[in-house]
Design a protein around this ligand. Sequence first.
Ligand code: C2E
Ligand code: CA
Ligand code: CA
Ligand code: CA
Length: 280
Amino acid sequence: AAQIPALAEPSPPTDLHAAAVRTLSLAHDLSDAIDRGQLDLYYQPIVRLVDGSLAGFEALVRWRHPQLGVVRPDEFIPLAEKTGLVHRIGQWVLKRATTDWPLLRQRCAATSQGAPFISVNLSAPELCNPGIVESIRDCIASSHIAASELRIELTETVIISSVELVSSAIAQLRTMGVGIALDDFGTGYAGLDYLQTLPFTAIKIDRAFVAQMHDSERSFQIIKSALELSRLLGIATVAEGIEDAKTGAMLASMGCNYGQGYHYARPLPLQDLLGAGTPT
Ligand code: C2E
Ligand code: CA
Ligand code: CA
Ligand code: CA
């Protein structure tokens, strides 16, 4: 290695440098995170907009890194997709979510507008894994839940490398009765194409539109037409990122079925949800 001249100032790490170091160390540590019990699952309530009753939960993975604190999935899931670890993480998430569901289900309100559900995020590479349908079936069977209580969320923002594999997995899951939601609707480049080819049972309107709906006529019209489109296709709608009452009320008046966001609740650990009083 070249000698650094004694008098030269060491160059301070740039933000890019720090980011690269963080990525490398996260990629390195992630392989042991499951075995060391560092992963956790948080649950965010999803409400029926018409009456505010609790309809279900979305499971959101967290990584408690011993040095870096809580690392959000936006940061480590893309890494896990590159290294293939996402399959083990997905297995862990599915097992945890289906095991916890019988406890969480009791918190949900039983109404005439559809049975309670638990939503789990799977990335496209996970759905391409040949064993995925079988392992979802096993999780459902061993926790004695109904397949119709489980909903898989697939984001449209990633490029699906094999539409054939994904659609075969989705078709099998639909036959079992598992629900399939198109996540982050409106932000990907292929949303309408996926809606045409894959049998989604719900769409989730991305919070980028929801956040702008009062200030931007365009965002408002895009949401309106997404709701209209879903109604025509006979699929359910979930609005993400609702942060105030005004937004929730407006989406309800526009006919959106479900809502989710900090206005109702943040994602919470299981214990907090079970310990809490009777939900509204
Ligand atoms: P997502 O599926 O779109 O999840 C919604 C994200 O929005 C969550 O971030 C949630 O905490 C956040 N959120 C909820 N309500 C509000 C709100 O009112 N305002 C704002 N600003 N944000 C809100 P989170 O938990 O950091 O997850 C980020 C993404 O990571 C998820 O986006 C999902 O794509 C992915 N992800 C999470 N858990 C898993 C998992 O188990 N497996 C896979 N493959 N991906 C996951
Ligand atoms: Ca999601
Ligand atoms: Ca989303
Ligand atoms: Ca998202």
